[in-house]
Structure formats: structure tokens, C-alpha cells
Design a protein around this ligand. Structure first.
Ligand code: S3P
Ligand code: PEP
Length: 429
């Protein structure tokens, strides 16, 4: 636990940052690399705590995974070579590790127990357990299997035709992983498109998969073939510097090689609507994912309405978007974001509490928030609620604060952005 006292920064932000690898893509690269036949090299892998939970899970199941600089070398021996773990798998704080692994473990021919930290133990797992049980999975656990710890007796699964009741890429991925191990063709339908990294990477590993963006079909029991993966910069991490450059006067920051997959770029659409001065350059496709450089300059922003299908495309960026909104002219309304209530913490409550303690005019609603700009960020002492995105939002708020911002504990930042303060210091002149 380390308390953090941040002094207001009088200077504009200037410079170039290459943010760490995308968390969602890094998790999936470890999973598919471990299941595939052959050696997979994952370049620009995110060594944040969450992705390391996924690495440790596969190491416990006998997969040889080693670090080489910022790459990961995975010696995949195929699905049949995975071994029954001799200890419970610990998923730490990671919703993605737990939901994706549960989907996979349900179809592997051995027993596992799994658990998580206090935050993860509160998060709903029935959203993955229910469709998996429909496929024949044998899962038990706390609250009838809706919370960790869980026990899974892996078994041969049947395919399913499943329409997602929640807008969640983790649920979609869990069912597709189970489908990869099941007999027949599994179909997953979503009414609103969520991030599609699982589908993209399954194609790269030569799975038998088709998707039209709403319905994805996968044929089970087909071997995956190793491939090399480059992990783009995480737009969810870049978001903190995009916001910082937009709100600190006279700033100009370049973010290199940021992932620009359209299922993740909702924050860019919102910034454009707010009137931000932002340019995308050097766009190209690498391994099925778009990347590019973003140049963001300070400018005056306008409040906006954010609701509907855009929400899954910016779900993890809402805390930092809320801070942006405090500096925009007029009112920003965020709706349809009730999923925030079941993240690492209740992010609607946490964002509202932290930003109002720091001087903002913000109110929580059932499924979002209402933020009135422009507010002076005066400073103060806040809790990060043990949530990396809340801690980083607090740190960026300190840049425009009149007085110090004190955050009770910044250790959660290592979940997704271990070098956050090095990168921040590199653009504070
Ligand atoms: O699939 C993924 O990698 C993720 C999906 C999202 O969660 P949900 O699927 O719960 O919306 C997101 O919030 C999380 O940070 C990562
Ligand atoms: C919600 C997040 O992650 P997860 O669900 O993997 O814990 C996040 O990174 O903001």
C-alpha cells in the first residue's frame, strides 16, 4: 500500500509516449499461445499484474512460458498437453482472466479450483457459468456458482446457440472458448458489438471461426496453430494521456502505436464530439488489429451525451471521460453504463465520490452520471477504491488541481499500467 501525494503541475505536457501493450489482447495471446501447437512469440506484451495472472494459470497447467525483453515466448503443445493444476488457480483482481479461464476450464478434462482477491470475489460469474452449464459444464461455487471461489470438473461440452444478455466481451469470449473445446458449432449472438479481439485472434491461430460482427460461429475440437502476435498499445491506457493533453493548457502529446480497433475507439468519437484537437496518423493493420499514432493538443471542450451502442466501445474509459467532462463547457450526460457498477469497484459511485471530493459538480444516476462543467478542481484527499482506473484518473486530475491531490493507495495501477508514473513524468516538462 503506498499513499501518493501529487502536487499541481504548472507546465504544459509535451512529448511522445508509447503506452504499454493492450491488456485484452495480451490475455488472449497467452491463452491461444498456450493452447496452440508450436511456439508463439508475443511482442510488446503487457506485464501488468492482471495479464501475469493468466500467464501463471497456464504455467500451473504445465505450459512453458518465458520472458525475453518485452516479449513472451510460449511453447504451446496443444490442448491435450495441458495438465491438471495441483493447486487452486489465483485470478487476483482480473475479471478478464477469470471469465475467459472459466470458459476454457469447463471443457478441459480435469478438475480445477479458482479464487480471486476481495474485489474479484464480489464480481458476478453467473454471467459465464449459466451459458456454460447449458453446454454441460459442471461448475459449483459460492452463491450457487455465481461468485468465486469456483470449482470446475472439466467435461466434454455440447455446442450452444447463445444470445448475450449482457454487453460483455468477457462472456462472449468465455462461450467461444468453451465452443472451441465442444462438439459441433457454437454460435454467439450479440445485439451490440463488444470488443472483438477474441474473434480476430482465433482467426490468426487458424481456428474454424466466422463472424459478421453480431453473430460468431466456431467449430469445436479443431487444433490451433501457433503464430506471432504484436500487441498494440492499449487505448485504455493511452486514454489517460489523451485526456491530460486535452485539458492541460498548451499541451501537445503524441501517443505512438495505439490500438485503433473500432470496437475500442469510442473515446476518440467522444473527444471529436467534444471538439478536441486530435489527429490520427500512420494508421496500419498489424496481425488483424489496426494501430496508429495519436496527436492530442489542448483545446476548449464542449459537454456531450454518451449513451447506447457506444458504451461498450469506451466502457473502461468512462472514469477519465468523466474527468474530461468536468473541464468541458456545459453538461455531459452518461447513460446505459450500468455495467460500471460491477467492475473492480462500483465505478459510478467511485468516480462520483472522487471527482466531487476534488471539487467537480457530478451526480451519479442508476446507469451513469451527470457532470456539469467547467468546474475548478480544487484538490483533496481521495480513495482509489483499489481500482487502477480510479487511481490514474486521480493522478491526471492533480495536473489541473489548485492544491495537492492525495490518493490513499496507488498500488492498483500496476494492474494495467506498471510504468504509468515514468510515462507521466516524461511529458511533464
Ligand atoms: O474482454 C475483455 O478483455 C474486457 C472486456 C470488458 O469487460 P466486460 O466484458 O465485462 O464488459 C472490459 O471492461 C475489460 O476491461 C476487458
Ligand atoms: C474492468 C477492467 O478489467 P477486468 O474486468 O479484467 O478486471 C478494466 O481493466 O478496467
Amino acid at each position: 500500500m503506498s499513499k501518493l501525494v501529487l502536487s499541481p503541475s504548472p507546465n504544459p505536457l509535451k512529448g511522445t509516449i508509447e503506452v504499454p501493450g493492450d491488456k485484452s489482447i495480451s490475455h488472449r495471446a497467452v491463452i491461444f499461445g498456450s493452447l496452440a501447437e508450436g511456439v508463439t512469440k508475443v511482442t510488446h506484451f503487457l506485464d501488468g499484474e492482471d495479464c501475469m495472472r493468466t500467464v501463471h494459470a497456464f504455467q500451473t497447467m504445465g505450459v512453458n512460458i518465458k520472458r525475453e525483453g518485452d516479449s513472451l515466448i510460449i511453447d504451446g503443445k496443444g490442448i491435450a498437453a495441458l495438465e491438471e493444476p495441483d493447486q487452486p488457480l489465483y485470478f487476483g483482481n482480473s475479471g478478464t482472466t477469470s471469465r475467459l479461464m472459466i470458459g476454457l476450464l469447463a471443457g478441459l478434462p480435469f478438475f480445477t479450483a479458482s479464487w480471486g482477491d476481495p474485489s474479484l470475489s464480489k464480481r458476478p460469474m453467473d454471467r459465464v457459468v449459466n451459458p456454460l452449464r447449458d453446454m454441460g459444464a459442471i461448475i459449483d461455487g459460492r452463491e450457487k456458482g455465481s461468485k468465486l471461489p469456483l470449482s470446475i470438473r472439466g467435461t466434454r461440452l455440447q455446442s450452444i446457440d447463445y444470445t448475450l444478455p449482457v454487453k460483455s466481451a468477457q462472456v462472449k469470449s468465455a462461450v467461444l472458448f468453451a465452443g472451441l473445446l465442444a462438439d459441433g458449432v457454437t454460435k454467439v449472438r450479440e445485439l451490440t458489438q463488444t470488443r472483438n479481439h477474441t474473434e480476430n485472434m482465433l482467426k490468426a491461430f487458424q481456428a474454424d471461426i466466422t463472424t459478421d460482427g453480431n453473430t460468431t460461429e466456431i467449430t469445436g475440437r479443431k487444433a490451433l496453430k501457433a503464430t506471432n502476435i504484436y500487441v498494440p498499445g492499449d487505448i485504455s491506457s493511452a486514454a489517460f494521456f489523451i485526456a491530460a493533453a486535452a485539458i492541460v493548457p498548451e499541451s501537445q502529446v503524441v501517443l505512438k502505436n495505439v490500438g485503433l480497433n473500432g470496437t475500442r475507439t469510442g473515446i476518440l468519437d467522444v473527444l471529436k464530439k467534444m471538439g478536441a484537437d486530435m489527429e490520427v496518423s500512420n494508421q496500419k493493420e498489424v496481425g488483424g488489429e489496426m494501430i496508429g499514432d495519436l496527436t492530442v493538443k489542448h483545446t476548449e471542450l464542449q459537454g456531450v451525451k454518451i449513451k447506447g451502442d457506444i458504451i461498450p466501445r469506451l466502457i473502461d474509459e468512462i472514469p477519465i471521460i468523466a474527468l474530461l467532462a468536468t473541464q468541458a463547457e456545459g453538461t455531459t450526460v452518461i447513460k446505459d453504463a450500468e455495467e460500471l457498477r460491477v467492475k473492480e469497484t462500483d465505478r459510478i459511485a467511485a468516480v462520483t465520490e472522487v471527482l466531487s471530493s476534488l471539487g467537480a459538480d457530478i451526480e451519479a444516476t442508476e446507469d451513469g452520471m451527470v457532470i456539469k462543467g467547467r468546474a475548478k478542481i480544487t484538490g483533496g484527499e481521495v480513495s482509489a477504491y483499489n481500482d487502477h482506473r480510479i487511481a490514474m484518473m486521480g493522478a491526471i486530475a492533480s495536473l489541473i488541481s489548485e492544491e495537492e491531490v492525495t490518493i490513499d493507495d496507488d498500488s492498483s495501477i500496476a494492474i494495467s499500467y506498471p510504468n504509468f508514473f515514468e510515462d507521466l513524468n516524461s511529458v511533464i516538462n
